[in-house]
Design a protein around this ligand. Structure first.
Ligand code: GAL
Length: 761
């Protein structure tokens, strides 16, 4: 069943040519074949296949004839098959060649990992990605917004045609807002654009808080008959970047509190369906995150749909490399041969970038195009020319959005420093790791702001959380120390929160991802959430800073340190309460609070007529506590009132297995997500339980695997047995037919839990 990723079904090995970058995954060459009838064929119609993404370098054959090919593994593309189909037994075959390795700095997956469609259109029709609707201005004085709808119409007949284009806009309740049309005259075989500029009265604007969507229905008419129709979700909003005010949505400044995301979804590898992303994005939303950078490639269309619906500000990115390829295993310039997007850059970059912009144009969530990430050419003489070439394509295709490129070497040593000409090309200058170079530490963007007062700044990538969920050892290095893991982000946030000119930033990363690993690890744990979708403590750090609507009071570590009695443990509270009082076994440990409150920073408050962005030194509270088993309890206060309480208890041995479905009813083809936990005899969740869980499945489901987010667990996700990690494990199964999926889990061969998932049509 498609979508499909074969790499995730093969055991990892240190010897795999995909290497550290590709997460030691098996790649190689794969073939897909499908037989289908098309009875009756419409001889007037135009047919094509639409592939949302194939990794990578694929060739498409229809009935034995080569009909198309595509290189870049993240581009969506059409293959015209008009006149090549027959009524009975068509055979489509796709050869996918992911054998040239290494070709990526992260896990790519292999195969047809996104949806495929057979598209049929009348002889006069809208072109592919043919409707482009944008907000052309919002006018609060007259309570109106102007839209600009451009439609590409094609005449595939051999005669001249007069066609009509009609657009109807409906609000969320289904009420018709306007109906607007244009006429177009087309020569035989001609393709042309038409434009109309309807006005919407009392527009309901799209914002991350209130992501209001309208439905645009566009009809192509011939002799009064509808010959093609397209439905598009749109949002009314303007998006711009300002040198003084940062990012402006609908004319008002909004600080971007963003995360970078790679495309994999853990257990399913490169397959990322709506329900998988929905569970993850809900968490990010609750964290207070309002922005997502699609690093470093065009995402699955469904992910952008969700961003529109849930309200995220998206930076949509095309490439991780241009002509110069990167070293896939050491994260930089390549001396040895390396494959990847650069193989196709000269031939395909115009086509790929154009397709990305046309495909994604209508998403209100997208506020910025990015032409690349840490592109080696940023410091070479022809870099600025390539940047101009790509930025111009963006401008030609879209006059409403600005363009950036994520530069990591703006303050680097002279031989690798980003060329000033390169930076000057960009509408918005993207800074990766602005504080990385010592000269910049804690002054971040200040020097460039002084040198280039007209520059627009965005933090395209910055250090995030990192670390292993539930790991409270106090060692340094890549795996982090729970006491200090957020320090670099705290520094950056204190800075950004008090500087309006910085649009905000995207931390690396929101969620852990496969690849960019180091044996014996399978992936990178820079996320606030692990690959299985379980929250790390740092999730609550962000929530305490970014989510200004809800109270956060989160205590860490757990309190199961049997055998360490009499040793000091650092207890941390991530909180947006004003002060917090901590007790151990009902004895007062102490009260700590923030010097200045609120300390959210990005809140604009007005004092004495001056704008103020308050921050304090620390963005967390900490106590050193002598360990003894029992109950740690914290009370959080706001304005002198108890606002929240948090409890962490020493637990006993796990005696019960709990299974909880994200949704107990799914549709055919959707994926059920079941979370597993252990409880002790008092019903307390055991945070360090790690029993071996076996899964038995029956009914109408395909077992996909289990994951606890442990990067050191190199067993295949698909194995039916896996060790729980830090008290949690996720199981996934796909609904195959209408009916039920029955799942039985057994922990350490003695504790059982069962769950039933309904599968509907
Ligand atoms: C950045 C890069 C990311 C990722 C990250 C890991 O420099 O843009 O793709 O490699 O480093 O720290």
């Amino acid at each position: 069943m498609l979508p499909h990723d074969w790499s995730i079904r093969i055991p990892l090995s240190e010897k795999m040519p995909s290497g550290a970058g590709g997460g030691y995954a098996a790649c190689g060459i794969g073939w897909y074949r499908k037989h289908f009838d098309l009875d009756p064929i419409d001889r007037q119609a135009v047919y094509s296949f639409y592939f949302e993404g194939v990794y990578m370098d694929c060739t498409i054959y229809l009935n034995g004839e080569r009909t198309g090919a595509h290189g870049y593994g993240y581009g969506s593309f059409y293959v015209d098959v008009t006149g090549k189909l027959r009524e009975k037994d068509n055979i489509v075959a796709v050869r996918v060649n992911n054998s040239a390795q290494p070709n990526s700095r992260w896990y790519t997956g292999s195969g047809i990992y996104r949806n495929v469609y057979l598209v049929k259109k009348g002889p006069v029709h809208f072109g592919n990605f043919g409707i482009r609707c944008a907000t052309n201005g919002i006018f609060p004085e007259i309570k109106a917004a102007n839209l600009q709808i451009r439609s590409m119409v094609e005449n595939s007949t051999e005669k001249q045609k007069q066609a009509g284009v009609l657009h109807k806009l409906y609000d969320r309740s289904g009420e018709l807002i306007f109906s607007a049309g244009t006429a177009v005259s087309l020569e035989a075989g001609e393709q042309t654009d038409t434009m109309c500029r309807p006005q919407v009265e009392n527009p309901h604007l799209w914002t991350p808080r209130d992501p209001y969507l309208y439905t645009l229905e566009s009809f192509c008419l011939l002799d009064g008959e509808i010959v093609d129709q397209v439905k598009t979700q749109i949002g009314i909003r303007t998006a711009a970047f300002d040198a003084d005010e940062g990012f402006m949505l609908n004319g008002k400044p909004v600080k971007i509190k963003g995360v970078c995301l790679h495309h994999d979804c853990g257990i399913t590898g490169a397959v990322g369906t709506r329900e998988l992303w929905e569970r993850r994005l809900r968490m990010l939303k609750d964290m207070g995150c309002n922005g997502i950078r699609m690093s470093h490639n065009p995402p699955a269309p469904v992910l952008l749909d969700l961003c529109d619906e849930m309200g995220f500000l998206v930076m949509d990115e095309i490439y991780d490399e241009w002509m110069l390829s990167k070293n896939k295993n050491e994260n930089y310039y390549s001396e040895s041969m390396a494959f990847g997007a650069s193989q196709f850059f000269i031939r395909d970059s115009r086509k790929e970038l154009t397709a990305m912009i046309r495909r994604d144009y209508n998403h209100p969530s997208i506020i910025l195009w990015s032409i690349g990430n840490e592109i080696p050419e940023q410091s070479s003489v022809d870099g600025s020319r390539i940047a101009s070439f790509l930025q111009e394509i963006c401008h030609e295709e879209d006059t409403t959005r600005m363009v950036t490129c994520a530069c990591d070497n703006i303050m680097a040593y002279p031989d690798i420093r980003t060329k000033r000409e390169f930076e000057e090309v960009l509408d918005v200058v993207g800074y990766n790791y602005v504080g990385r170079w010592r000269e910049r530490a804690e002054t971040f963007y200040d020097e460039d702001r002084r040198l280039y007062p007209k520059r627009r700044f965005i933090g395209t990538e910055n250090p995030g959380a990192g670390g292993i969920r539930g790991d409270y050892q106090t060692r340094g290095g890549m795996t982090g120390d729970y006491r200090t893991v957020m320090i670099s982000h705290e520094l950056l946030w204190r800075y950004e929160a008090s500087r309006n000119f910085v649009a905000g930033d995207f931390v690396w990363t929101g969620i852990d991802y496969l690849g960019e690993a180091e044996w014996p690890r399978r992936g990178a744990d820079f996320g606030a959430i692990d690959t299985a979708g379980f929250k790390k403590d740092t999730f609550y750090y962000y929530r305490s800073i970014w989510n200004q609507d809800d109270i956060t009071l989160h205590l860490l570590p757990h309190w199961n340190f049997q055998g360490e009695e009499g040793h000091y443990k650092t207890v941390i509270a991530y909180t947006n309460c004003q002060y917090v009082t901590l007790y151990l076994n009902d004895r007062l440990i102490g009260t700590k609070g923030y010097y200045e409150y609120p300390r959210f920073g990005a809140v604009r408050s007005w004092t004495d007529g001056r704008e103020k962005n308050p921050t304090t030194n620390d963005l967390h509270l900490a106590w050193d506590v002598l360990y003894e088993p029992g109950v740690l309890r914290a009370e959080g206060f706001v304005d002198g009132r108890l606002a929240a309480e948090a409890v962490v208890e020493t637990t006993e041995r796990p005696v019960r297995l709990i299974a909880k479905a994200y949704k107990d009813t799914i549709r055919i083809g959707e994926i059920a997500q079941i979370e597993l936990y252990m409880e002790d005899k008092n019903g307390r969740r055991v945070p360090d339980a790690e029993p071996v869980i076996a899964c038995e499945i029956s009914g109408e489901g395909e077992y996909l695997g289990m994951d606890g987010g442990n990067m050191l667990d190199l067993n295949m996700f698909r194995e039916k047995q896996r060790r729980m990690f830090a008290g949690a494990l996720l199981c996934e199964a796909r609904g195959m037919k209408k009916g039920k999926i029955n799942l039985r889990f057994i922990a350490d061969q003695e504790m059982e839990a069962e769950i039933e998932i309904r599968v509907t049509e």
